[in-house]
Ligand binder design. Structure first.
Ligand SMILES: *Cc1c(COP(=O)(O)O)cnc(C)c1O
Length: 405
């Protein structure tokens, strides 16, 4: 595992530091016996979906946990976003940050709404409220803020602007389950907030998601829309789709709740471990969480300043991948650089310097319940060694590339 000469790096022919790949977002495990007990129960009941007892219990648990009146559980986070968008009556244009998972933009597009990309704040990585008003047109109906990395975005500033301009405000809270903003759990801000319970998220239901809101009327519409508009056995009152969560997912969610504190403690320990091992390395900075708030520490975000570090983010990614550390470039290259937005003339000439800047230098490292402390030590050891020899490594890497590899 120790590297002493450049040739010890896997990228230069050495053996990988880890025999098996270490993934970002490897699913956190639940208590297996309790999960299987619930699966047996639901099979015995033969109630597999259609607002079964586990889904109902899960919705109550989530609402209670987040301190919000309504939770409508859904089949995944993207569909939950789409339903929130439709139920809130969004149309025309909706402003979103360009630096987010593509799902935030696609959910709008898929509903026939034009996502308008706003640049982000270089410090927070969130939608920059000072750039927001300049993007509002006569067609604008709302804003979707994203609590990227689970850190709360500029909630008050967005609330103020949307209230003043009579726009709807939704939040993509896919990263933020369990986290707080000014002591209050994320989930009850804006008109509604949307969670993803995808397997890669801190808290998961295999696939799943939810829309949560304090608005009784909106909750009623969400519930209708996620079940084809059915309001009774054969009464359909609006157009809807099938976005229901199934009982096995809810069984997983209920079981995950029982491990929530344990997983959180592991994530926090890994984060502190990274913090200790990766401090004071020139050109390298670990993104911090506000310790005055609740955090799930699901994202270990490293900023690589190439001129200071002597190596680029992309070079470091190549090196780490060869060592079986599958670090990720979230959310490269930014939504505005992806299709169909990239070649749509509507976005012609769009320049989002901060999004481009961040997309070019952030690196996400593995964490979670499946990762062992000695693996964190190993990952950090490679990074530190690479940083100590950065100029030589970078030079040799770029020579290799020039030579056609
Ligand atoms: C994961 C994610 C989603 C989508 O959730 P799925 O459950 O995977 O559909 C939406 N937005 C963000 C920011 C995400 O990270």
């Amino acid at each position: 595992m120790n590297k002493t000469i450049l040739n010890d790096l896997a990228v230069f022919g050495g053996s990988p530091a880890f025999p098996e790949p270490l993934h970002v977002g490897r699913p956190n495990a639940c208590h297996r016996e309790r999960f299987l007990k619930r699966v047996n129960d639901l099979l015995d009941r033969r109630w597999l979906t259609n607002q079964g007892p586990f889904v109902t219990e899960f919705e109550q648990r989530v609402a209670e946990f987040l301190g919000v009146r309504h939770c409508v559980a859904m089949c995944n986070g993207t569909t939950a976003l789409e339903i929130a968008i439709r139920a809130a009556g969004l149309s025309g244009e909706v402003i979103v940050p360009a630096f987010t998972f593509i799902s935030t933009a696609h959910a709008l597009k898929w509903q026939g709404v034009t996502p308008v990309f706003c640049d982000v704040d270089p410090r927070t990585h969130h939608i920059d409220p000072s750039r927001l008003e300049g993007l509002i047109t006569e067609r604008t109906t709302g804003v979707i803020g994203v609590h990227l990395w689970g850190r709360p975005c500029a909630v008050e500033a967005l609330e103020e602007i949307t209230r003043k301009r009579r726009l709807k405000l939704l939040f993509d809270a896919a990263h933020a389950f369990g986290n707080s903003h000014q002591g209050r759990r994320i989930g009850s801000f804006g008109d509604a907030e949307v969670f993803s319970f995808h397997a890669t998220k801190f808290f998961h239901t295999l696939e799943g998601g939810a829309v949560v809101t304090n608005d009784d009327g909106l909750a009623r519409v969400l519930r209708l829309m996620h079940n084809m508009g059915f309001s009774g056995y054969d009464q359909v009152v609006c157009a809807g789709t099938n976005a229901k969560m199934n009982e096995i997912s809810a069984a997983m969610g209920l079981t995950m709740f029982e491990s929530l504190e344990a997983i959180l403690a592991i994530n926090q320990r890994h984060y502190r471990h990274y913090e200790r091992e990766l401090s004071e390395i020139p050109g390298l900075q670990l993104m911090r969480y506000d310790e005055g708030e609740r955090n799930n520490y699901q994202y270990i975000v490293l900023d690589i300043d190439e001129p200071k570090a002597g190596i680029s983010r992309d070079q470091l990614v190549v090196i780490l991948h060869k060592e079986n550390v599958l670090a990720r470039r979230y959310f490269y290259p930014g939504c505005h650089q992806m299709e169909p937005y990239r070649s749509d003339p509507f976005y012609g000439g769009l320049h989002l310097p901060v999004t481009d800047h961040l997309a070019g230098r952030l690196l996400i490292l593995p964490t979670g319940e499946a990762l062992q402390p000695d693996q964190v030590t190993g990952i950090c050891r490679i990074i530190r060694w690479v940083m100590d020899h950065a100029p030589e490594i970078a030079q040799r890497l770029s020579k290799n590339t020039e030579g056609g590899k």
